[in-house]
Design a protein around this ligand. Structure first.
Ligand SMILES: Cc1cc2nc3c(=O)[nH]c(=O)nc-3n(C[C@H](O)[C@H](O)[C@H](O)COP(=O)(O)OP(=O)(O)OC[C@H]3O[C@@H](n4cnc5c(N)ncnc54)[C@H](O)[C@@H]3O)c2cc1C
Length: 563
């Protein structure tokens, strides 16, 4: 049997940092299991920056200000103790990344360069061109190899093995052979990233961001928190939804509507284009609805005035993406953009060490929810979250794994995984993954998008239930075991359908507007009734149970959120 002290599922920044951290101090056996090659994880697509109040650009910046910006950005739903910890630890983790070799851009004095980002009162996003995730991911992977982390590349995690109290391990299969294994582990860290792909038809997310770890935790009986909060990034390329970083606005880019007007003055007169993402996305949607969009219901991001040299130095990837995916050159004309589903604020409910209610089971990164982002994440705070909480989960798991023995693996350990695969492979219905996935994407975009209302959300809940029924009539056409991507896509779809239901249901029940959750029938924030986290747990009847938990408010009293 395969046995590790600590098994980490996911090789994005959160997983790799957790692995490295738990390997550094103690000689425990640590492995990372991932469905893609590690450096292809979505963290590598992060463009704009990672926040830390280093004060290299503005010496008056402080972690306290970063903390306040984060809490305000979250529309007061973030747990303030957790947000405090993240902002306090930010300079340490960013410098640690630097010492491991991450080549951040520099100021003239040789310090780490920082650029302005949305919703932040000071320029504090540390960057390297528009490829900051790429440099972080490669640095972490290299250091993991150097420090003896094992990697299971192109393996797919199916479920947790546990006895309700303690972690026993996981079931996973090798995509190359199709063979299913139980991997015994004292501690498992789920670091499987977000679930933006539930908005299949328009998202900035990688194809793999299907929320597998969150769905695994949910099926294991663990609560998922604040799932209704999905961030729409204001600037996705018009046709593909591929991201154009907030860094483009940080560098001085501005937004124009179809009439050539800088419309943000109507919505955020102080912050303008650098308002927080929920606000800017709504502003774009409103312009388009009121007939001031472009011919294709888009608006425009103008960076031409920055000039070719600066664009090439600071935003080279953006230019490349525009040429390849939009057929236009941002040296010469404004970039056509529309908002795109981007980030999952919700995820597996954990404490500040990433621990869940099962001993030895952790979640970190975008699949976890501590919560530091509340109802709306600030740009640059997610890369920070994965570093701070990936590291903490790694440290805590290391201490835990050093102090306990392995739990015995029961004979029935493989049953759940084998049944799931068997049912899929034997299905002989007429439905295909592609059609259900496409319909799911449409339902989510149309009925659980930037603006929502009770009628649409109730329909979305029913539609998703119907899609879940259709899923039971799915045919996986490829019956092979080797590299069966048809089966893989079916497994991912199962996870997305489970999470989509929680997004729509949480949104339907939350009768207020807060952060990224904007109800047209309840346009105001309602602290009296809704200053609380939504918790979704799988009931014995296979249906979700929704309950609520209080928000930790330590310093900042909720106040009106203006920019
Ligand atoms: C285009 C884009 C740009 C961004 N830019 C920024 C930015 O500039 N600043 C910022 O702060 N944030 C940014 N973000 C957000 C940030 O990049 C992500 O939230 C963060 O990188 C997530 O990291 P992670 O480690 O949690 O997961 P990911 O990097 O998404 O990795 C998930 C891992 O889980 C593995 N996995 C998933 N399911 C399974 C399974 N069933 N079995 C095995 N392995 C599995 C995958 O193989 C992968 O290795 C951006 C996001 C996007 C999409």
């Amino acid at each position: 049997m395969l046995t590790y002290d600590i098994l980490i599922v996911g090789s994005g920044g959160a997983g790799l940092y957790a692995a490295l951290e738990s390997r550094l101090q103690e000689k425990l056996q640590v492995a990372v299991l991932t469905k893609v090659y590690p450096t292809r994880s979505h963290t590598g697509a992060a463009q704009g920056g990672v926040n830390a109040a280093l004060g290299n650009y503005d010496p008056t910046d402080s972690w306290e200000q970063h903390w306040f910006d984060t809490v305000k950005g979250s529309d007061y739903l973030a747990d303030q103790d957790a947000a405090e910890m993240m902002c306090r630890e930010a300079p340490t983790v960013v410098r640690e990344m630097e010492h491991w070799g991450a080549p951040f851009y520099r100021t003239d004095e040789g310090k780490i360069a920082q650029r302005p980002f949305g919703g932040a009162s000071k320029p504090r996003a540390c960057y390297a061109a528009d490829k900051v995730g790429h440099i972080m991911l490669h640095t972490l992977y290299e250091q993991g190899l150097r420090h003896g982390v094992d990697y299971f590349n192109e393996w797919f995690a199916l479920n947790l093995v546990h006895d309700g109290q303690r972690c026993i391990g996981i079931n996973a299969f090798s995509i190359r052979t199709g063979r299913i294994y139980t991997i015994q582990a004292k501690a498992v860290i789920l670091a499987t990233g977000g679930h933006g792909r539930t908005y299949w038809t328009r998202t900035s997310n990688a194809y793999g961001n299907t929320g597998d770890g969150s769905a695994i935790a949910y099926r294991a009986g663990l609560p998922l928190k604040d799932m209704e909060f999905i961030q729409f990034h204001p600037t996705g390329l018009r046709r593909s939804g591929i991201l154009v970083t907030e860094g483009a606005r940080g560098e001085g880019g501005y937004l124009l509507n179809g009439e050539g007007e800088r419309f943000m003055q109507r919505y955020a007169p102080d912050k303008m284009e650098l308002g927080p993402r929920d606000l800017v996305s709504r502003a774009i949607e409103t312009e388009v609805r009121e007939g001031r969009g472009g011919p294709d219901d888009e608006v425009f991001l103008d960076i031409t005035h920055l000039g070719p040299e600066r664009i090439q130095e600071r935003l080279p990837q953006i230019r490349q993406l525009c040429i390849e995916f939009e057929g236009m050159d941002p040296f010469e004309e404004p970039i056509p953009i529309k908002p795109t589903a981007h980030y999952s604020m919700g995820g597996v409910h954990t404490d500040i060490n990433g621990l869940t209610s099962i001993d030895g089971v952790y979640a970190a990164g975008e699949s976890g929810c501590v919560s530091v982002h509340g109802a709306n994440r600030l740009g640059g705070n997610s890369l920070l979250d994965i570093l701070v909480f990936g590291r903490r989960a790694g440290q805590h798991a290391m201490q835990y794994a050093s102090s306990v023995e392995f739990a015995e693996v029961p004979d029935s350990a493989l049953t759940e995984a084998e049944t799931c695969i068997k049912e899929l492979m034997e299905g002989d219905g007429k439905e295909t993954v592609a059609s259900i996935r496409q319909d799911l994407g449409r339902v989510m975009a149309d009925k659980a998008g930037i603006y929502r209302d009770g009628k649409g959300l109730a329909e979305a809940v029913n539609d998703i239930e119907e899609l879940q029924h259709r899923y039971k009539r799915l045919a996986v056409k490829d019956r092979n075991t080797v590299f069966n991507t048809d089966m893989l896509a079916a497994l991912e779809l199962r996870n997305m359908l489970a999470l989509a239901e929680l997004i729509a249901l949480g949104a339907l029940q939350r009768t207020e507007s807060r952060g990224a959750h904007s109800r047209e029938d309840y346009p105001e924030r309602d602290d009296q009734n809704w200053l609380k986290h939504t918790m979704a747990t799988l009931g014995a009847d296979g249906r979700p149970n929704i309950s609520y938990e209080s928000v930790a408010i330590t310093k900042f009293k909720p106040e009106a959120r203006t920019y």
